[in-house]
Design a protein around this ligand. Structure first.
Ligand SMILES: [Zn+2]
Length: 145
């Protein structure tokens, strides 16, 4: 893999460890020219998963979208990056097991369910954005649950 700093093609792996409950490998690499160190991750690529949106259009599943939503939900909360990646891995495993297509609403519901267990603040933040409540009463009802 090319060095991101000097674009030299010769980089070596200086450390390699299994992370995220064994579903990913984290590697530290070092450029043999400028000695820059950088990190790469290896995990399964869920190319086959298609998301059906509310309006019926389809798009390829994008892990980064889930990650961005979780980063917002957990802003200033105690949550490590690895724990967050593990959460996404467990969700992806569920989604890919149930078929090659998934509704965006089901994705939202699964995340809400998971956040409810993990962190009440992240849960409310995510729910308020992604479940798009129709009325304030809907939201109050959710908070009571
Ligand atoms: Zn370099």
């Amino acid at each position: 893999m090319k060095c991101p700093t000097c674009w030299n093609v010769d980089t070596k792996v200086v450390d390699s460890r299994v992370v995220e409950w064994g579903y990913a490998i984290r590697r530290r690499r070092e450029c043999e020219y400028c000695e820059e160190r950088f990190t790469t991750f290896e995990r399964r690529w869920n190319t086959d998963l298609v998301v059906i949106k509310r309006d019926g259009t389809k798009e390829l599943y994008d892990r980064m979208k889930i990650k961005k939503a979780l980063l917002l939900a957990f802003a200033k909360r105690e949550m490590t990056n690895e724990a967050m990646e593990e959460m996404i891995n467990s969700l992806e495993m569920k989604w890919t097991k149930s078929g090659s297509e998934i509704n965006s609403q089901d994705i939202g519901k699964d995340i809400v369910r998971l956040l409810k267990e993990k962190d009440p603040v992240a849960y409310v933040r995510f729910a308020s954005v992604y479940l798009s409540f129709n009325t304030l009463d809907d939201f109050k009802h959710l908070l009571k649950e």
